[in-house]
Design a protein around this ligand. Structure first.
Ligand code: AMP
Length: 243
């Protein structure tokens, strides 16, 4: 399963990405965390991007894409990823699409976490402890989101594989909503059911409803190559469909 989480700073991307990663046994790849680690380790990349990060600006596209390529490809090979923080602009989506498609690691669904600005500010101010974000930097990060990432949402709008959930609710509710929405996408019905079964019945033994056989024998769409292909940044055909 290959997912994107899109949302403003403070929308809960990290929290939801972590839960989805656990639920589906896929990797959580957070561009912000990887970049912050470079700054912390003072790698040459870290030194290059430090001022962008502390000002709340986006780092150059090439830097982020080069950094993500390896982990994304590795995660896709190992079962999937939930990508938190990338793409953040239309340019990033367009630029990464051909590579992702060529490698067969393109995204299958995108989740937009929608949270009102006042709530974002409240959360970001509350979480400021431990970070050196000033109020001005927080404001700037939200402005950058409006200017750069909202157009990405508009660019994706109307695509069947992208949906919006209300991110202002408690994390459990948001998580359940995301699962329910994923289940409605034909690609993911089987996946979400498998994850639910794994949680409810480790070992999958003894269910009278036959569902465990479905799982055990791998008749899900994932195993039979019937998964619809959807493409990041592809302005044209969205789904190749099930036959
Ligand atoms: P985040 O933790 O996702 O809010 O990201 C923290 C910071 O990392 C951002 O303010 C940017 O400076 C940088 N960053 C993370 N992801 C990207 C991206 N896809 N493109 C450019 N900069 C990014």
């Amino acid at each position: 399963m290959r997912l994107l989480l899109i949302g403003a700073p403070g929308a809960g991307k990290g929290t939801q990405a972590e839960r989805l990663a656990k639920r589906f046994g896929i990797a959580h790849i957070c561009s912000g965390d990887l970049l912050r680690q470079h700054v912390k380790d003072q790698t040459s990349l870290g030194q290059t991007i430090e001022s962008y990060m502390s000002n709340g600006d986006l780092v150059p596209d090439g830097v982020v894409m080069d950094m993500l390529r390896k982990p994304v490809v590795a995660a896709a090979a190992a079962g999937g990823y939930v990508l938190d923080g990338f793409p953040r602009t239309v340019e990033q989506a367009e630029a990464s699409f051909p590579t992702a498609q060529a490698l067969g690691v393109e995204v299958q669904a995108a989740v937009h976490l929608d949270v009102a600005r006042e709530e974002l500010v409240r959360r970001l101010l509350a979480r400021r402890r431990g970070s050196d974000d000033t109020e001005a930097v927080i404001e700037h990060r939200l402005q950058v989101y409006l200017e750069k990432t909202v157009p990405l949402l508009e660019y994706y709008a109307g695509r069947e594989w992208m949906f919006t959930v209300d991110g202002a609710r408690p994390p459990d509710d948001v998580h359940e909503d995301i699962l329910a929405r994923l289940q409605k996408l034909s690609d993911f019905g089987t996946w979400t059911m498998q994850a639910t079964l794994r949680l409810r019945a480790p070992g999958l033994g003894g269910r009278p409803d036959g569902l465990q056989d479905h799982v055990r024998h791998g008749t899900g769409s994932r195993d039979h190559g019937k998964v619809r292909r959807v493409h990041l940044g592809d302005a044209g055909v969205r789904g190749v469909g099930h036959g």
